[in-house]
Design a binder for this molecule. Structure first.
Ligand code: ATR
Length: 301
């Protein structure tokens, strides 16, 4: 790779577990672009300096991941409406020295969900229901961290009614207060999750429970198998975790005959949306998906 190649960085701490370098490297190669994507380990104290460098002309921009997504917000020259509402940036675009903070996680989640459409809801008519079946749908989101914020913002924007359940319910209350105003849908804390489940169209896990190397790799997030069994046969279950590909939650859900999706499609789509912002070109999504699947298949653990 020549010294003049365009560059994209992943600002992370620690760096090294991400599939994004494989995904974006494959995308640049597929389009014959002289560009490289590499992960950079940025300790919190070095973040401001690393972000400032992104304004140099060789940088198309960056991705931002744990633990920096919120800390980079005040370092941006501009924020997209999604990044501002969610309060987090996962993608930085260098627009002629001005750093624009985007958040493609929520839209990436919706694009992934298009691969897992909800049952057609005949009651929905009229105003352009994008993202199959979400307008008026009842969704239960498990978790109230950064990923939950992006997902809730996207779901309410698509017109869904979202109920948030979390271990720390005070955190769920804060999420609801912060995101209550946006979108055509609604968001509330799940006061009684057991009562909601029989009417749920979509259940989404945004917690790290079930993730290999996470806090409870073999556990179910916040719900028992008996509670999951009360979901209607038409319910969809999405888990943002993708390692392992079949999480304990998804294993129980598919055992109940429900349609499921892990976090890999969202990873691919948030990346594809970021790629398009950096390059102005349509992302080769299938190439990126194949690279992510390959990286998952060969990842340790
Ligand atoms: P992310 O950016 O991936 O959302 P985060 O902001 O650290 O990460 O949020 C992690 C989420 O996983 C939170 O909802 C957290 O619950 P709390 O807010 O109660 O901490 C949830 N989580 C992590 N470990 C958990 C566990 N062992 N049981 C239940 N929830 C857990």
């Amino acid at each position: 790779m020549g010294a003049r190649a365009a560059q994209v960085l992943l600002l992370a701490h620690p760096a090294g577990h991400s599939f994004s370098p494989a995904m974006h490297g494959a995308a640049f190669a597929a389009l014959g672009m002289d560009a490289e994507y590499r992960a950079l380990d940025v300790p919190p104290g070095a973040l401001a300096q690393a972000v400032a460098r992104l304004a140099e002309p060789q940088f198309l921009g960056a991705n931002v991941t744990v633990p920096h997504k919120e800390a980079v917000v005040p370092l941006m020259h501009e924020l997209t409406p999604a990044a501002r509402s969610v309060g987090a940036v996962n993608t930085i675009v260098n627009r002629a020295g001005r750093l624009v903070g985007h958040n493609t996680d929520g839209e990436g989640f919706l694009r992934a969900l298009d691969e897992l459409p909800l049952e057609a809801r005949t009651a929905e008519t009229g105003s352009a229901p994008s993202h199959g079946g979400l307008a008026g749908a009842t969704c239960v989101v498990l978790g109230a961290g950064g990923a939950a914020r992006a997902v809730v913002h996207a779901l309410t924007g698509a017109g869904a009614h979202v109920h948030v359940h979390n271990r720390n319910m005070a955190r769920a209350e804060r999420l609801v207060a912060d995101l209550a105003t946006g979108g055509r849908g609604s968001v509330a804390v799940a006061q009684d999750v057991s009562a909601l489940l029989p009417h749920t169209d979509l259940l989404v896990n945004t917690t790290s429970v079930g993730m290999s190397g996470g806090p409870e790799p073999s556990g179910l997030p916040l719900l028992t198998a008996a509670q999951l069994a009360t979901l209607p046969a038409t319910a969809r279950v999405a888990d943002l975790v993708y390692r392992p590909a079949r999480t304990p939650l998804l294993a129980v859900a598919s055992g109940l005959g429900l349609l499921t999706q892990n976090g890999l499609p969202m990873l691919v789509w948030q990346g594809a949306l970021a790629f398009a912002e950096w390059t102005g070109r349509e992302a080769p999504v299938d190439v990126m998906r194949a690279a992510a699947e390959q990286a998952l298949a060969t990842a340790p653990g």
